[in-house]
Design a protein around this ligand. Structure first.
Ligand SMILES: N[C@@H](CCC(=O)N[C@@H](CS)C(=O)NCC(=O)O)C(=O)O
Length: 215
């Protein structure tokens, strides 16, 4: 056991939790996975008790706690430098971080209109122009990265950048938002990853329904 515990929210809805979970699982890093469901009406006192922001994901390593999805990924990448969480090439690594930061700080229209909802039956959603603009930028990112690396993932082999976009794969899929064969092909490769399938199976088995996230 590595002594790492990752606290995550509902696997059906918690897109921020999915990111470090996917990165660590796909990199083969052993960790304890603790689900603390959130509840939009009341908040969950269990989350507030452990997290300075009242949010998950949160990583515990001995006395240390690390919060914010990307900070968790960075910490784990430092702990396991050979796990390949970031691309080995410095320029590729810088681009992977730029794309990851774009995800962390942007795409608010898409995130607001189309919450991650793993078990949502696929049904097309009419979306506004600002959501379309977010979708177009993400497809551009994927296209550029795949062209430069040659695929199959954004930087060749699976990296933290793919983990940061994994919840978008669910959104594009269940709200039927993209048709470009390159985007769809990338999404199929992400969806086929054992880690993605494991997260999906756990999400489907959850009893909790968050009405605000059911669009
Ligand atoms: N910027 C944060 C966002 C974390 C976040 O918003 N987490 C949501 C779940 S996806 C949460 O904990 N919500 C708690 C609540 O709504 O009670 C990160 O990247 O980790």
């Amino acid at each position: 056991m590595t002594g790492l515990t990752l606290y995550v929210g509902n696997k059906n809805y918690s897109s921020w939790s999915m990111r470090p979970w996917m990165a660590m699982t796909t990199a083969g890093i052993d960790f304890e996975d603790v689900v603390i469901p959130f509840d939009f009406a009341a908040g969950n006192p269990e989350i507030r008790a452990i997290s300075p922001t009242g949010r998950v994901p949160l990583l515990r390593h001995g006395d240390l706690i690390v919060w914010e999805s990307l900070a968790i990924i960075e910490y784990v990448a430092e702990l396991y430098p050979d796990a390949g969480l970031w691309p080995a090439d410095r320029q590729a690594r810088a681009r992977a971080r730029s794309y990851s930061m774009e995800m962390l700080s942007g795409f608010r229209a898409l995130r607001g209109a189309c919450p991650m909802n793993v078990r949502r039956p696929k049904q097309a959603l009419d979306v506004a122009a600002d959501v379309r603009a977010d979708i177009a930028r993400i497809e551009q990112i994927w296209k550029q990265a795949l062209a430069q690396s040659g695929g199959p993932f954004l930087f060749g082999s699976f990296s933290a950048a793919d983990a940061m976009y994994a919840p978008v794969v669910n959104r594009f899929d269940v709200y039927d938002l993209v048709a470009d064969p390159e985007s769809v092909g990338y999404m199929e490769r992400v969806k086929a990853l054992p880690a993605f399938r494991k997260w999906e199976a756990a999400a489907r088995a959850e009893p909790w329904v968050v009405p605000e996230d059911e669009v």
